[in-house]
Design a protein around this ligand. Structure first.
Ligand SMILES: Cc1ncc(COP(=O)(O)O)c(C=O)c1O
Length: 358
């Protein structure tokens, strides 16, 4: 039998639970209302000629760079942030190098780093998922070539201060430091424009969340122009398809649509946190479009009871430090109210049966 590289053979298969997702999707932190109607109109106007051509990324890259206030040489459009992570790993990691991550966090950092044959150093977050800066600084060594931080973090919704991220990047000039800002819009703070952003610091953004374009697979990676030239070498010239490239400029132009949705998510997040407090459930205050809640031993019944009511949420029990936890995506105001109504019923029922502590 033809054998794959040992680094690949050692990977665990990562299969997100995508099957049977009928209902209100509060399980993958997607937008619950979808993209701007102006984006849909643009897509409907595509013709056979647009699809027959190989996609030209650069003009749209220039638009994205302009939107981010950067030079096009500093920006790469990617097939989602997933590809940005993959490219960073293949650009900077040799077998035996080390990648530092703080867990719990987004699964793809470890997966793509391991695929390169790198050793993933997992450091546990502190109490209430506090970022363990001292441990990270202490663990940086000669072989550290990647440090990835989701900010806000998934699945916790917690954030890391910018000076902490800069401190890490300065302490590891020989490592690529990825600040994954997939949930930037819901947080509102970015390290992208920091005046002292070092050359080894990269920022990733996605259009899968606030922009409602997860199905198109488009994101950006931004960084120092010389470093980005290296990352670009390993990317396919056609990594982003023509449909996604056609959609992006219109999506960026309709900021009013995105801002309105983000405002709904932010007020829904407050509403949901208040409700969780009223219900006496343990949760972690979030700066993203989701909230992590500790349900405890009844989490499987909890998830199932919501599913019966047409609401999908994500089990995070197996993530480090997340025993008994479930992640709830915050969607539009209407969808958050639907979730809250269902939560009241489900928690009351589980309490009547003694499944959830009062
Ligand atoms: C922190 C983080 N980064 C990246 C992604 C994936 O983004 P994309 O859809 O652009 O690949 C996710 C998706 O859940 C995420 O939570």
């Amino acid at each position: 039998m033809l054998e794959a590289r040992s680094a690949v053979m050692n990977l665990h298969t990562y299969r997100p639970p995508l099957a049977g997702r009928q209902g209100l999707r509060l399980d993958f932190n997607e937008s619950t209302v979808g993209c701007s109607p102006r984006v849909l109109a643009r897509l409907r106007a595509l013709d056979a000629e647009a699809l027959a051509r190989y996609p030209e990324r650069e003009p749209v890259e220039a638009v994205a760079a302009g939107f981010l206030g950067l030079d096009p040489a500093q920006v790469l459009l990617t097939n989602g942030v997933d590809e940005a992570i993959h490219l960073l790993c293949s650009t900077y990691l040799d077998p035996g190098d080390e990648a530092i991550i703080v867990v719990p966090t987004f699964a793809m950092y470890a997966l793509f780093a391991q695929a390169e044959g790198a050793r993933v150093v997992e450091l546990s977050a502190g109490k209430d998922f506090a970022f363990p800066l001292a441990e990270v600084l202490a663990r940086i060594g000669q072989r550290t070539r990647l440090i990835a931080v989701a900010n806000p973090n998934n699945p916790t919704g917690t954030v890391v201060a910018q000076d902490v991220l800069l401190q890490i990047a300065c302490a590891a000039p020989h490592a690529a430091v990825l600040v994954d800002e997939a949930y930037f819009e819901f947080h509102g703070e970015t390290i992208l424009h920091h005046s002292t952003r070092p050359a080894n610091l990269f920022v990733a953004r996605t259009f899968s969340k606030a922009y409602g374009l997860a199905g198109l697979r488009i994101g950006t990676l931004a960084g120092d122009a010389a470093q980005m030239a290296m990352v670009r070498r390993g990317a396919s010239p056609y990594n982003v398809n023509a449909v996604a490239l056609a959609a992006l400029p219109e999506a960026l132009r309709d900021q009013e649509y995105v801002s309105r949705y983000v405002a709904e998510v932010q007020s829904g997040r407050d509403l949901l946190e208040r409700e969780l407090r009223t219900l006496g459930l343990c949760y972690w205050p979030s700066r993203a479009n989701f909230i992590l809640v500790r349900i405890g031993a009844a989490r499987v019944q909890f998830i199932q009871s919501l599913r019966v009511r047409g609401i999908l949420v994500r089990d995070r029990h197996t993530d480090s430090g997340c025993e008994g936890c479930v992640r709830l995506t915050v969607g539009s105001e209407e969808h958050t109210r639907t979730l809250i109504d269902a939560l009241r019923e489900v928690v009351q029922k589980l309490r009547e049966h003694g499944e959830v502590k009062a």
